[in-house]
Design a binder for this molecule. Structure first.
Ligand code: PLP
Length: 216
């Protein structure tokens, strides 16, 4: 079912009002992964130009289907596969999921002119966790600066946990960003964006709360 324009605008207004009660000036990236291109037109028509996607193939297809009529600012949120980084760099304004020095070097080689966020791993999570340990982040920032890759800030993606645990992780990421002089904190998804905003998020990445359940 295609997203209704009124339905979307109402959800967006609700989210903006809730955010404003907690913190001023938080930017919203609308996460459109798995949603059809018709939905993206509804989102763009409502004035949301920052769109987040996780899979390069899907992003390229949507970019092609949207054509020249629409010019979203694409945000890449997914795993950065080595053989796809060049194409991700060519399309995206911001990449939120950088966590390895090889990825930074690869983006530099491609002359990536956008901004990156370094993802800080959530505590726990074991082998499958994504992101770099907090202790590695200062070195990665140095590496990026030495290669003239623009680090906008840090990204956090919480694991399931209590509100207090999620808040404590977001707080530690915000404090690390502040210590490193990084302005942006990309923290918070549909289930925890108000906690993130209270802990200093400057960017929230919202899918379900704006677009409804994903089909895949
Ligand atoms: C899918 C995704 C989101 C959006 O998730 P919702 O819970 O639907 O808001 C945000 N950030 C990342 C990194 C994602 O992969």
């Amino acid at each position: 079912m295609v997203l209704g324009a009124i339905e979307f605008q109402e959800r967006l207004a609700g989210v903006v009002a809730a955010l404003d009660r907690v913190s001023a000036g938080v930017r919203i990236v609308c996460v459109t992964k798995t949603h059809p291109v018709e939905d993206l037109r509804v989102v763009l028509d409502a004035g949301c130009v920052d769109l987040g996607e996780n899979y390069l193939g899907e992003l390229e297809e949507k970019s092609r289907l949207l054509g020249v009529e629409y010019a979203p600012r694409w945000h890449f949120l997914g795993h950065l596969q080595r053989n796809k980084i060049a194409r991700i760099a060519a399309l995206c304004a911001e990449i939120h999921s950088v966590s390895r020095s090889e990825e930074i070097a690869s983006l530099a080689r491609r002359g990536f002119a956008g901004r990156i966020y370094l993802q800080v791993a959530a505590p726990g999570g074991g082998e499958s966790r994504s992101g770099a340990d907090a202790a590695e982040i200062p070195g990665l920032v140095e590496h990026a600066r030495s290669l003239s890759v623009d680090v906008a800030g840090l990204m956090a993606m919480a694991l399931p946990g209590s509100d207090a645990e999620v808040a404590s992780y977001f707080r530690s990421v915000a404090q690390l960003a502040d210590r490193l002089g990084l302005a942006e904190k990309s923290m918070g998804m549909s289930g925890d964006f108000l906690i993130a905003a209270a802990e200093g998020a400057t960017v929230v990445r919202l899918g379900t709360v704006l677009l409804g359940q994903r089909s895949l």
